[in-house]
Write a protein that binds this ligand. Structure first.
Ligand SMILES: NC(=O)c1ccc[n+]([C@@H]2O[C@H](COP(=O)([O-])OP(=O)(O)OC[C@H]3O[C@@H](n4cnc5c(N)ncnc54)[C@H](O)[C@@H]3O)[C@@H](O)[C@H]2O)c1
Length: 447
């Protein structure tokens, strides 16, 4: 039987849409939130689409490096009627705009720190006034970077949210809610979470470069799987860091596909000489096993598997949570809608069926609302509600920092071929200054 657990806030999961009535009522009584999006690429586009499902916010500004992409996101916002944003090239100018009440940071990992610093300095100096900041995953390329992002935001006195969409995905939150209320309530807490994110490789050169991105697929996608694992193993409404104490991490990384000569050449052809997987590869496969002690005092395990070497219909997110008398599972490619296109149709390449689509023929899954299914809509709604209420979101930068610590422990484990003991203070202290070989450009697969 389960021992006393930390109590859920109001006894329910604040991340679950249908149980967030109380906060919605308060938010309706408050005003609207003007959101400035920093970055105008792939994920800025997704957030803009997600804001269709957020009733009390407008996208009021977009800032980016390329004029055409900034205009593209502004046009999309107008077309979807989620705002009439002002385009900006300078982030400091954007946050001084009185129409901007909160910022969503969606810049690449290598400019994350300078972007957050610019926002924090404008707020700390009194030149800008903001209610909150929401930062895309991963929080930093290293523990030191993630700690600095956290410090800057705290010193500026801002409410903060960590943009980990998967813990807001309706399939995940609903199944999580049900197995905890029906399964764990009767039979005891769950003991094994398995989370995976897999696709055939990212869409921009910087993701592939260890120094810029902070690593390979482990840093890019295991951050999702680690946080999803922490979320699933924790009772609804309880902070994961209160319920789960990390015990150890054991991980493996490999470059299975993209360091093969023909594929390394293909990457160089696509992105130019700076993406050199013959000389400086990053891992395209990673798996990690994280052992925690939970609030009942039991040992529980989160397994993560991520890959850029998966070739299926498109992006595949999968989640499982297993307990003594129950299990749940979610697979984003098990869609209710599918299309079949015969060999007589030579379709042109696109991503109109599913993210990171790999084929235009045969039996293909369709996700009609990807922003909703992957969790961006509920994530943005939650952040907006909390910022309007003046309350901290359930998913904060402290969660992002915790994830970065686990990711760096995973790199250390893979690099040194040993299990990392997270109960040993001397070991965990070392993680602050640790930069993975992949991020230094010195990693050689198979050595
Ligand atoms: N939650 C998710 O599922 C998810 C998915 C994709 C990306 N992301 C994260 O979002 C971030 C961005 O990824 P992306 O795929 O959108 O990348 P991207 O390269 O498609 O877009 C990044 C944008 O940032 C702009 N930019 C670069 N430097 C800037 C600066 N100094 N100031 C303002 N704008 C700047 C670029 O012009 C570009 O428009 C990354 O941290 C990534 O890990 C999260």
């Amino acid at each position: 039987m389960t021992a006393d657990r930390p109590r859920a806030v109001g006894g329910r999961d604040p991340r679950h849409p249908s149980t967030d009535l109380e906060s919605n009522v308060t938010a309706q009584a408050s005003d609207r939130l003007g959101v400035g999006i920093v970055g105008s690429g792939f994920i800025a586009d997704f957030h803009t689409r997600a804001f269709r499902g957020v009733r009390d916010a407008d996208v009021t500004a977009v800032c980016g490096r390329t004029e055409s992409s900034v205009r593209g996101v502004c046009d999309l916002a107008r077309e979807l009627r989620v705002g009439d944003p002002t385009p900006y090239a300078d982030i400091r100018e954007m946050v001084r705009d009185p129409a901007v009440d909160a910022v969503w940071i969606t810049t690449p990992n290598h400019v994350r720190l300078e972007t957050v610093r610019a926002v924090a300095e404008e707020v700390s100096s009194g030149r800008a006034s903001l209610r909150g900041i929401a930062v895309e995953k991963p929080l930093g390329r290293t523990v030191a970077e993630a700690e600095e992002v956290m410090r800057l935001v705290q010193d500026a006195g801002l409410l903060h949210g960590y943009l980990e969409n998967q813990v807001f995905a309706p399939g995940v939150t609903r199944a999580h809610d049900l197995v905890w209320s029906r399964g764990a309530g009767a039979a005891g807490s769950p003991y094994l979470a398995r989370c995976a994110e897999e696709h055939s490789g990212p869409h921009k050169a910087w993701f592939w470069q260890g120094e810029k991105q902070g690593g390979g697929v482990l840093n890019d996608m295991m951050c999702h799987s680690v946080e999803a694992g922490r979320f699933l193993l924790t009772p609804p409404g309880v902070p994961s860091s209160e319920w789960l104490t990390p015990v150890s991490v054991d991980a493996t990384i490999a470059c299975l596909k993209w360091s093969r000569p023909a594929y390394a050449d293909e990457l160089m052809r696509r992105y130019g000489p700076e993406v050199d997987y013959r000389g400086r590869p990053s891992e395209d496969y990673a798996r990690a096993t994280i052992v925690f002690r939970n609030g009942d005092g039991d040992e529980v395990v989160a397994e993560g598997t991520t890959s850029w070497s998966y070739v299926g219909a498109g992006l595949r997110l999968s989640f499982e949570l297993l307990g003594p008398e129950y299990a749940m599972q979610v697979n984003s490619l098990d869609t209710e809608a599918k299309v079949f296109l015969s060999r007589e149709i030579a379709g042109k390449q696109g991503e109109d069926l599913v993210e990171k689509q790999n084929a235009e023929g045969g039996l293909m899954p369709i996700l009609p609302d990807e922003a909703g299914a992957y969790g961006y809509t509920e994530e943005d709604r939650h952040m907006v509600t909390r910022f309007l209420e003046g309350r901290s979101p359930d998913e904060g930068l402290d969660d992002g920092l915790q994830v970065t610590r686990l990711l760096m422990a995973a790199y250390l484990s893979a690099q040194e071929g040993r299990r990392i003991d997270l109960t040993d203070a001397a070991q965990t202290a070392k993680l602050s200054g640790f930069v993975p070989e992949v991020a230094q450009g010195t990693w050689r697969p198979g050595h």
